[in-house]
Write a protein of this length. Structure first.
Length: 134
């Protein structure tokens, strides 16, 4: 029956004038006798794969922004105000990472990022104190 689903998807795409099956084609075959259950499972699988792909993009974006943050020139400028800005940015990153919805397989990468951001936040606070003149 899986082959039937593939054939039905290809036929639905061909009726639309395309060689590529889309989500609309999946909806169309849902109403064909005997294929409704398979189409529902395929739809669930596609939605889960789409959510994983979106989470991967969001996590890669966060990794890139954290890396850029860690190489920010303000880390060596000697200004307590700049150090406090870095601390505030780290706090914002920490909040963002804590609320990021990820599948189980990506949570370890997020925890690594959270650790790096937490360490940077502490370092920025220490630099602000160290760079403050009395």
């Amino acid at each position: 029956t899986s082959g039937n689903t593939g054939i039905a998807l290809a036929m639905a795409a061909a009726i639309r004038g395309s060689n590529v099956a889309t989500k609309e084609d999946l909806v169309a075959i849902r109403y064909l006798p005997g294929l409704g259950e398979l189409a529902a499972q395929m739809s669930t699988d596609i939605e889960a794969a789409s959510a994983r792909a979106e989470a991967e993009v969001a996590l890669q974006d966060a990794e890139g922004r954290v890396q850029q943050y860690l190489s920010d020139p303000r880390w060596s400028c000697g200004s307590p105000i700049k150090a406090l800005q870095l601390q505030k940015i780290a706090s914002s990153f920490a909040d963002e990472l804590a609320t990021m919805r990820l599948p189980d397989g990506m949570r370890e990468r997020r925890e690594v990022l959270r650790t790096r951001v937490g360490e940077a936040q502490g370092r920025a606070a220490n630099l602000a104190v160290e760079w403050t003149r009395i």
